[in-house]
Structures are given as structure tokens and as C-alpha cells.
Design a protein around this ligand. Structure first.
Ligand SMILES: Cc1ncc(COP(=O)(O)O)c(C=O)c1O
Length: 414
């Protein structure tokens, strides 16, 4: 991303050109950012020690999956259809780990049929798995009793979390494994998303390593994802260099004592795709009240849910006039709900922007993760197109939805 003549360019293409070609609103992904996020992360670990399983729930567009596959990524999938999408996007079954929650046995059966590893997060499911697939291998998701994340909804460890088998129930895991002759080949944990300090990650790592000692047949330990990216200008990114060194040191030490070759896995989503994606919109309306100057755009929380769901901050740029006289504005969407506010930051809703006028383009940054993938057709608003840009070239990777797309599933219609 760069600024030329006070306007925004993405991989050397002006936002204006992109929007004229593909329409507004529009999701755009910068390929070089995606590749460099992956390379930076993997270069922090010694070769051969780590396998990165991209958490495809963050963004499952097959064109992005293909790029990550080329970079050497494997996959963390959470549903049967994510597994199918990954397989049909060219990933080998051995590269995929399925970590669902509250699954049906049918989903598990599908994975086993496809030779995709399953990672089970409950004793009930482990029992069902044992009955259906005795004498096989499986991994288990452990709740290490520690959670962290940028919002309560995003904390997936600790006593308030529904995820995983609580770490004090390991004896029950081992008993089920013995009963059904299961080989426990992996231990997994994921304590939350949007984590900005190494401490909870390392603390959870210690808990998981303590659990892992009790399992003699491990082939891998998976420490999950959750690595925070700096959404706010003043926000410090999680220091991945430091964290990867500490994780490597501790894991290598553990491996020496454990006595057999095991690998380390992580499952980043946001860290890889978040900074690569931008949602572009057009200003359609300005409304003043005695309290606020509202700037309305042709998109809403149907396309970017994070602000209304978590109060999450996304940087907003006036892509048509990067700098200029600024004013306090409230950037709002076209959904018929008062909460449809893009400029939200917790309870604060005003943002300083070079005073946008109708027809100008606003860009919402760091929208590559949990942006399109959480989008909906609420208010019968179609989803926008997705475009990939690279070295001055652009390519449609998902077309914009149409009225026919919205209505195709109705039974009593036309
Ligand atoms: C099991 C699991 N792994 C990995 C992730 C990815 O998290 P993030 O995108 O924060 O890296 C998630 C996200 O919720 C998850 O549930």
C-alpha cells in the first residue's frame, strides 16, 4: 500500500482504478503482503521444527488458500465443508487438521474417510470416536485453564470456555484411549484470538507441555493461533520474533527430554491474512445532527462485522484524499440498524478523517481476516466482489453477488 498524489494505491494500482473496474464496495487483497506475512512468521523458527496450519476460518477464499499452499502452509479446518474446500483447493489430506467443536460424528467420519486428522475437544466425542474407530490415532484439544484475547467472545481457554478437554481430565482421556486402543498422537490447545503479549501464550505452552509428558506416543504438539496484529496506530504488535525464539527454545528442550521426534504446530489466521485485506467503499451520504457528523458508505456490518460484534477498531483512510483538513466524523454503513458504525472503537464512535465528501472512497484496513468470511446478506444486501492485486495487476477472485444469488434457495419464489 502506498500514497501517490495524496491517493491510495494497492500494489501500484490506484483505488480509483480498482473501484471503477470492479465496482463498490470491494474487498482487495495484496498478494505480496500475504506472502511476506507467511515468510516472516516461518523464518522465525528453525527449519523442519514447525508446521504452520493456516486457520482458514479467517478467510477461506481458494485463491488465498492457493497462495498460502505455495508458501508451504498446511490447514486448520473447523467444519466438514472447510475440509472439503481445503482438499479441493489442492491441500493433501495429511496437511489438514480438523478441530471442530460440538461436532456430529458424521463430520468426523467424513474426515476419517478422507484421511484428514481429527482433533477432538470433548470426552463425549472421544468416546464416540473410540467406539466407531478403535485401534486408530487421534489428537485431543486441551483447555489449559488459561485464556486470552481481545474480547470476551474471543477467549477460548479457561473455565468460562466451551472449548477442549479441561486439563484436569487427562486421566479420563488416557482411560478412553486404553479402552478403545487409541494412539494419542497429538495434543492441541488454542487459548484465544487477538493476543498481544507473549506471557499467556508461554504460560499456556507450559501447561500443554506438562500435559504432553503424560502422552507417550505424540507426533506433534499444536499451540494454536491467536497472534495479535496492530489494528490501532498506537498498538504494539505481538513481538513474534521474541515469541518464536522463546517457543523454539522451550520446545527444543522439551523434545530432548521427551525422547522421540515430535513436531510443533501453530494455527495463525489473523496474523497471515488480516493485514493483506482492505475493504473499499464509497461515500454515499452525509448527515448532521447536533451531536455528530455522519458519513455514510455503501457497505455495512454485513460486510465487516468486527466493529459491531467486538467494538473492534479498523483504521479508516480517505483513499481519495489521504491527507487534508481533518474533522471528527462517524463513519456509518447502509444497514438498517443504529449500531452499523465502522468508526467504532469500543464505545467511542468519532474518528478524525480528511473531511470525506460524497463520491470519495474510504478504505477499511486490516480487513483480510474475519472480514469477508464473517459477511452475510443481511438486509438482502449482496456480498461484494473480492479482488487480488499483485505487482500492478488485478484479478477477480470472487465475483459480487447478485439478486439471483440472494434468491436462489427460496422454494416459493419464481
Ligand atoms: C482452533 C483455532 N485455531 C486457530 C484460530 C486462529 O486464530 P487467529 O486468527 O487469531 O490466529 C482459531 C480462531 O478462533 C481457532 O479457533
Amino acid at each position: 500500500m502506498n500514497i501517490i498524489n495524496n491517493t491510495l494505491f494497492l500494489e501500484d494500482i490506484s483505488v480509483e482504478t480498482l473501484m471503477q473496474e470492479y465496482g463498490s464496495p470491494l474487498y482487495v487483497y495484496e498478494e505480496s503482503v500475504l506472502r511476506s506475512q507467511f515468510r516472516q512468521l516461518s523464518s522465525g523458527f528453525p527449519e523442519g521444527l514447525l508446521e504452520i496450519h493456516y486457520s482458514m476460518k479467517a478467510n477461506s477464499n481458494p485463491s488465498l488458500l492457493k497462495i498460502l499452499r505455495e508458501e508451504g502452509s498446511s490447514i486448520d479446518a473447523v467444519s466438514e465443508f472447510e475440509v472439503r474446500l481445503a482438499l479441493e483447493s489442492g491441500f493433501e489430506p495429511q496437511q489438514i487438521i480438523f478441530t471442530g467443536n460440538n461436532n456430529t460424528l458424521a463430520e468426523i467420519e467424513y474426515c476419517v474417510e478422507q484421511e484428514v486428522s481429527v482433533n477432538l475437544g470433548s470426552l463425549v466425542l472421544l468416546e464416540k470416536f473410540g467406539q466407531r474407530f478403535p485401534h486408530t490415532s487421534v489428537s485431543v484439544r486441551i483447555n489449559p485453564g488459561i485464556g486470552a484475547g481481545h474480547h470476551a467472545h474471543c477467549i477460548t481457554g479457561g473455565p468460562d470456555s466451551k472449548f477442549g478437554i479441561y486439563h484436569n481430565q487427562i486421566d479420563a482421556v488416557l482411560a478412553l484411549a486404553t479402552k478403545y486402543k487409541l494412539t494419542l498422537n497429538g495434543v492441541h490447545s488454542h487459548i484465544g484470538t487477538g493476543i498481544y503479549s507473549a506471557e499467556p501464550m508461554l504460560e499456556a505452552m507450559e501447561m500443554i507441555l506438562a500435559v504432553a509428558e503424560k502422552f507417550p506416543d505424540l507426533e506433534f504438539i499444536d499451540f494454536g493461533g491467536g497472534f495479535g496484529i496492530p489494528y490501532r496506530p498506537e498498538q504494539q504488535a505481538l513481538d513474534m520474533k521474541d515469541l518464536s525464539q522463546k517457543m523454539t527454545r522451550r520446545f527444543t528442550e522439551f523434545r530432548q527430554c521427551y525422547g522421540r521426534e515430535i513436531s510443533m504446530k501453530i494455527e495463525p489466521g489473523k496474523l497471515l491474512v488480516g493485514p493483506a485485506g482492505i475493504l473499499l467503499t464509497t461515500v454515499t451520504n452525509i448527515t448532521d445532527t447536533p451531536k455528530h457528523h455522519f458519513v455514510g458508505v455503501d457497505s455495512g456490518f454485513n460486510h465487516l462485522l468486527r466493529p459491531i460484534l467486538y467494538g473492534s477498531y479498523h483504521k479508516i483512510l480517505n483513499a481519495s484524499r489521504y491527507s487534508g483538513d481533518e474533522e471528527d466524523v462517524v463513519v456509518v454503513g447502509y444497514i438498517c440498524e443504529s449500531g452499523d458504525i465502522f468508526s467504532r472503537s469500543g464505545d467511542k464512535i468519532e474518528r478524525k478523517l480528511p473531511s470525506p465528501v460524497i463520491g470519495e472512497r474510504l478504505a477499511f484496513l486490516d480487513a483480510g481476516a474475519y472480514g469477508f468470511s464473517m459477511s452475510s446478506q443481511y438486509n438482502s444486501r449482496p456480498r461484494p466482489a473480492e479482488v487480488l492485486v499483485h505487482q500492478g495487476q488485478s484479478r477477480l477472485i470472487r465475483r459480487a453477488e447478485t439478486f439471483e444469488d440472494l434468491t436462489q434457495f427460496f422454494v416459493d419464489f419464481n
